[in-house]
Design a protein around this ligand. Structure first.
Ligand code: NAD
Length: 246
């Protein structure tokens, strides 16, 4: 079990729940958070490091004394006809490469990265898919294109210079602290757009409770602590189960 964690993007919605899950799993582990901004309400037991993961020196300095890195940072997914491609790629791909390189330089062996269920989405109905589903020839949007590239980089790094990696693929995440899903639905209602229905109302979507998503990240980090872990080099689709206490 890791004794010192750093959560990259740890002040975000998911990142704050990862903090909580680490506390629930093991009271003795230390928690550091690397994020581009300080939180409004800092926690007493967290060491905060403000930095930009696009800057290698920031990342390298943050990883001193760390056993396990959980990387949840990403720009938000925006629905736009003009998506911020450079921003997505500079953070999700180049920033992730910085984290991998810094882990290798510091001899850190455990890296868990948040991917997205959308990386295998074809845009067509997908029922009971598992991790054998390939990346589609065409990503459903630019954000997803950057997440696919991120995932490829992370999985390809597994086993190189002692690092063990895996990715976690949640679909839509809900729960306390959500800044995208429910606020987005409220905005749709406020704009009166809820009067339009696309489809026949039988479509289904996967929503996963944030505590479960966070729990999966911490379990993955624990598993990767074993040098022979079969989780190393794997991507894991994540769907909902029974919510964990929060
Ligand atoms: P969030 O926006 O709440 O948190 C992301 C955090 O990353 C923020 O605190 C932000 O400040 C930080 N960050 C962004 N750019 C940074 C940079 N350059 N350097 C350092 N920190 C930076 O997002 P979230 O909803 O918690 O999402 C977490 C992860 O889960 C992301 O990788 C996202 O792609 C993935 N994901 C989210 C959902 C969802 O429904 N929220 C669904 C699938 C996958």
């Amino acid at each position: 079990m890791p004794s010192s964690y750093i959560i990259i993007g740890g002040n975000g919605f998911l990142g704050r729940h990862v903090q909580e899950q680490i506390r629930l799993r093991n009271d003795n582990s230390t928690i550091a958070v690397f994020d581009i901004a300080m939180p409004a309400q800092p926690e007493k037991d967290v060491k905060y490091i403000v930095g930009d993961l696009r800057k290698y020196e920031d990342v390298l300095a943050a990883l001193d004394g760390i056993d396990a890195v959980i990387h949840t940072a990403s720009p938000p997914h925006v629905n736009s006809s003009n998506p911020p491609r450079d921003l997505y790629f500079s953070i999700n791909v180049d920033g992730t490469k910085n984290i991998i390189r810094a882990c290798q330089e510091k001899g850190i062996q455990v890296l868990v990265v948040t991917s997205s269920g959308s990386v295998i989405s074809t845009g067509e109905p997908m029922v009971n898919v598992d991790e054998s589903a390939p990346y589609p020839p065409q990503a459903i949007d630019v954000y997803t294109e950057s997440k696919i590239e991120c995932e490829k980089v992370v999985l390809a790094a597994n086993g190189i210079e002692g690092i063990r990696t895996c990715t976690i693929r949640p679909s839509a995440i809900f729960g306390p602290g959500d800044r995208q899903l429910i606020p987005g639905m409220v905005e749709v209602c406020q704009k009166g757009q809820h009067r339009f229905q696309i489809g026949d109302n039988t479509s289904m979507m996967d929503f996963t409770y944030v505590g479960n998503v966070a729990y999966a990240h911490v379990l993955a980090a624990e598993k990767l602590s074993d040098p022979n872990s079969p989780a190393a080099g794997q991507a894991f689709n994540l769907t909902n189960g029974t919510p964990v206490p929060f």
